[in-house]
Design a protein around this ligand. Structure first.
Ligand code: URA
Length: 276
């Protein structure tokens, strides 16, 4: 049973969230009001899932099924926080030296590898760096990033508690949507980041990120709010698709804000089950 302090904390979080997100309608369900849904069971959309992209690093990326149960990593070594930090740093160097896309692209000034806790339970994955990210070398630091910070804070977390990365590590020409070939080349490194961090949950921010994570062409409007799974040869991680913060800013309505917050509540419920 939740303790009095937990209930107070949750109530404070809701109030804070109302303030930060301006949500006029906060879904009644709270993380503690009922058990977290099983990620796979909650995904009940009938779609044809095309095969997922091939990961050059392993050679095999299983087609991702929305209905597939998330299971613990099969053969991924257990690493300490420091070992994960070291592995991520080595990967960053290898990425910057060898990524077929980022070493040949010309529109960016520097790569944006990703940042946050090397052992984060929660990873947010966006599309690609924008102008400010390109200038600073850090993901989500522009206007959309500030909205993401607010969302993270409303979830009772701080930016250093989570990990933030993008499908593409270099800014596309004119901020256009990444091309499939660019994603195929660069996102193999993101898959490695996920395997190193071994998060409990991934939040896919917007269509391009969710398309890559789930290997699907189904639109974000249909997918958001429903648990799915990122699966490759080594890991299987629950994914919560939601709208991109930039889309949220462009469509700052009670409906869109309420949907994003509802999606984040599902993530919070999964990370903090009622018994904890
Ligand atoms: N949008 C993204 O998708 N990623 C960023 O890092 C910034 C904006």
């Amino acid at each position: 049973m939740p303790q009095q302090n937990d209930l107070k904390r949750i109530a404070r979080q809701h109030l804070e969230t109302d303030r930060l997100l301006g949500v006029d309608f906060v879904p009644i369900k709270t993380p503690q009001s009922e058990p977290a849904p099983e990620p796979a069971a909650a995904a009940e959309i009938e779609v044809n899932i095309p095969p997922g992209p091939v990961q050059p690093s392993t050679g095999t990326r299983k087609p991702t099924s929305l209905f597939e149960a998330a299971s613990p990593a099969q053969s991924v070594p257990r690493r300490s926080r420091q070992e994960k930090a070291d592995a991520l740093e080595a990967l960053r160097t290898r990425h910057d030296e060898t990524c077929p896309h980022c070493t040949t692209a010309t529109a960016h000034t520097q790569t944006v590898f990703g940042e946050g806790a090397p052992d984060a339970e929660l990873i947010f994955i966006g599309e690609a760096p924008g102008e400010q990210e390109d200038r600073t070398g850090r993901p989500f630091v522009g206007r959309a990033g500030r909205k993401l910070d607010e969302i993270i804070q409303a979830m009772g977390l701080a930016r250093p508690d989570v990990y933030i990365a993008n499908v593409l590590k270099s800014r596309p020409m004119g901020n256009r949507t990444p091309l499939p070939t660019e994603v195929e080349q660069c996102a193999a490194f993101l898959a490695e980041q996920i395997r190193i961090i071994q998060p409990k949950v991934i939040v896919g921010l917007g269509g391009p990120a969710v398309k890559w994570l789930l290997g699907t062409n189904v639109g974000i409007t249909r997918l958001r709010g429903q648990w799915a799974t990122f699966t490759d040869a080594e890991v299987s991680v629950p994914v919560m698709p939601t709208f991109h913060p930039a889309y949220l800013l462009r469509n700052y309505t009670p409906d869109t804000r309420g949907k994003v917050w509802s999606d984040m509540q599902q993530v919070m419920a999964y990370l903090q089950p009622a018994s904890e």
